[in-house]
Design a protein around this ligand. Structure first.
Ligand SMILES: C[S@@+](CC[C@H](N)C(=O)[O-])C[C@H]1O[C@@H](n2cnc3c(N)ncnc32)[C@H](O)[C@@H]1O
Length: 281
């Protein structure tokens, strides 16, 4: 009889996925063991088919002996979908309700966790610039995936996306010329240097790494949705401990603090936009 997990017997596929995730952790230190099982299973299975493996055990062996095979799998395990001013009403709320409080502080530190290719970070940088906070803010943008971080650092986005991003910007309460924030070159839009200057990009894995200190704002949007409850609890504890008292935590539209271990340490200040404020250390 197979091992029982959460009251269910594991299938052979589930056992092989568990072994694969253990192998990844032991060999490379990337910890996907507490990601939501359904979505990780889907992505591993897709990768197995596309990469042409017959069995999950073949994939496991290959990633152990060939790092490039692991890098390809890693690429397929992380979902990097993002856009500028994604969920414009979140950014509108951020501007109208959070920024006036930040404007009373001498210095503002923000951590964008799971920043992907950087669209969210540049969106925040634009708001902070427009609201006169650029000179006294520092944005830390992190992700576990080195290749998306590299792209984020360049600040280069497809010009084909600019129409959609301009609409988002306006819906988010932007009233300047969005085209002032980038230079168009061939099929690319290159974000202006004054926006990049305030951003430090670095590698950070929410499943294993530690806190960032004394943040006034942490945004982690559309990341925890891929984690199981245990990992979500780890991550919100990390955010609570990284925020100063009165600091803001911003989650994605489908994410919530409800029923998580730190729920009592936050008050919800915008229900729809998923913005929380830490009220004790
Ligand atoms: C769907 S994107 C969200 C991007 C952006 N926050 C947004 O809302 O548009 C999820 C990002 O989380 C990152 N991620 C996943 N697991 C992570 C972990 N354990 N630590 C840090 N980043 C992680 C992925 O690499 C990916 O770039």
């Amino acid at each position: 009889m197979n091992k029982v997990e959460n009251g269910n017997h594991l299938t052979v596929d589930e056992i092989e996925i568990k072994l694969l995730l253990d192998a990844i952790f032991l060999k490379y230190g990337y910890d996907f063991r507490n990601y939501s099982r359904a979505s990780i299973k889907r992505r591993i299975t897709q990768h197995k088919t596309i990469a042409g493996y017959q069995k999950l055990s073949d994939l496991q062996h290959q990633i152990l002996v060939e790092e490039p095979a692991f890098r390809k799998l890693l690429h397929d395990l992380s979902v990097n979908v993002t856009e500028m001013f994604r969920d414009p009403l979140f950014y509108k709320k951020f501007r109208t309700d959070i920024v006036p409080i930040l404007q009373t502080y001498p210095f503002v530190r923000l951590w964008v966790a799971g920043c992907s290719t950087g669209e969210e970070v540049y969106s925040l940088a634009i708001i902070l610039y427009e609201e006169g906070l650029r000179e006294r803010c520092q944005i830390y943008a992190t992700d576990l995936n080195e290749s998306v971080l590299k792209r984020a650092k360049t600040g280069i986005f497809p010009i084909s996306k600019i129409k959609e991003y301009t609409t988002n910007y306006i819906q988010a309460g932007g009233s300047e010329q969005f085209s002032d924030y980038y230079t168009a070159r061939y099929d690319s839009a290159i974000m202006k240097k004054f926006l990049k200057d305030k951003i430090v990009f670095s590698s950070h894995n929410l499943a294993i790494d530690g806190v960032f200190n004394e943040m006034q704002v942490v945004t982690c949007r559309n990341v925890m949705i891929y984690f199981n409850r245990k990992l979500q609890n780890r991550v919100v504890t990390l955010f609570r401990d990284s925020l100063c008292t009165g600091g803001f935590l911003c989650l994605g539209k489908k994410e919530t603090m409800k029923f998580l271990s730190c729920e009592k340490d936050f008050i919800e200040i915008a229900d729809q936009e998923r913005i929380y404020r830490k009220h004790k250390s």
